[in-house]
Design a protein around this ligand. Structure first.
Ligand SMILES: *[C@@H]1O[C@H](CO)[C@@H](O)[C@H](O)[C@H]1NC(C)=O
Ligand SMILES: *[C@@H]1O[C@H](CO)[C@@H](O)[C@H](O)[C@H]1NC(C)=O
Ligand SMILES: *[C@@H]1O[C@H](CO)[C@@H](O)[C@H](O)[C@H]1NC(C)=O
Ligand SMILES: *[C@@H]1O[C@H](CO)[C@@H](O)[C@H](O)[C@H]1NC(C)=O
Length: 210
């Protein structure tokens, strides 16, 4: 039952994503710094819908969170509004002090049409509106599938790049908190794009200074 319902979701997700790949909206940013193996982006303020989870698995949490968000965008909201798919789907991860247990929040960027006044999700979906202020994000791209066994390594590589580039000067708010952005539907086996996002502060005078 669980498996077949997640296959159905995947299938529907593909149906939405394939025909209008060109029209998919994403959060807006400008590139403040472009280095060989990372970049720093300045994201504008934006509104997201978010599903919070506790657990040990990034993959499982992302799937469960996406499931709840998917029901919301398919109309399980107080206005019965259908909401266009956007990308990426972003999974935030906060490491707890006790071993492998982590907090996750899976987030969906609301299309421009709903940025100001999103429909209220059905309460049983337990979603929260996430209004993000403008912020600076260090980004490392990686290919393939984002998995439990590769995201920590990608995150460490990003931190190493930042340390090297700025000789440790950069203000990393909290290395125990980062996010994984996934841009492609699961059926794309090659040409996949994922990113590690690490918050590196708020813009000063509307600029992200590396
Ligand atoms: C973003 O900033 C603009 C201008 O300050 C403001 O009007 C808008 O409400 C903000 N949006 C969010 C999601 O915070
Ligand atoms: C949702 O419905 C309410 C009441 O009918 C309306 O005031 C509001 O504008 C609608 N919101 C959206 C996002 O459509
Ligand atoms: C460290 O940064 C310098 C530029 O500041 C770059 O040339 C070099 O390749 C970097 N080394 C590593 C290991 O990233
Ligand atoms: C994956 O998403 C990225 C970013 O939207 C896009 O450039 C790339 O073409 C996509 N890959 C596939 C196989 O569709």
């Amino acid at each position: 039952m669980k498996r077949s319902s997640s296959m159905l979701i995947l299938f529907l997700f593909l149906l939405i994503i394939i025909p209008c790949d060109h029209a998919i909206e994403s959060p807006q940013y400008t590139v403040a710094l472009l280095a060989t193996d990372f970049e720093i982006r300045h994201y504008r303020n934006s509104t997201w819908m978010s599903a919070a989870l506790q657990g040990t698995s990034f993959e499982k949490s992302t799937q469960e969170g996406f499931h709840r968000l998917y029901r919301f965008i398919r109309g399980e909201n107080l206005n019965s509004s259908e909401i266009d798919m956007t990308s990426p789907i972003v999974t935030g991860i906060a490491q707890s002090s006790q071993g492998s247990f982590r907090s996750y929040w899976v987030s969906f960027y609301l299309p421009a049409k709903f940025q100001g006044v999103p429909p209220q999700p059905d309460p049983e979906l337990n979603l929260k509106l996430d209004e993000q202020k403008a912020h600076c994000v260090a980004v490392r791209k990686f290919a393939g599938f984002a998995r439990d066994d590769n995201i920590d390594g990608e995150m460490e590589a990003l931190v190493a790049s930042l340390d090297n580039y700025t000789s440790g000067r950069i203000a990393m708010d909290d290395k125990n908190e980062f996010a994984v952005a996934q841009y492609n539907a699961s059926h794309h086996l090659s040409g996949r794009l994922n990113e590690i996002w690490l918050d590196v502060g708020t813009p000063v005078a509307d600029k992200c200074q590396p």
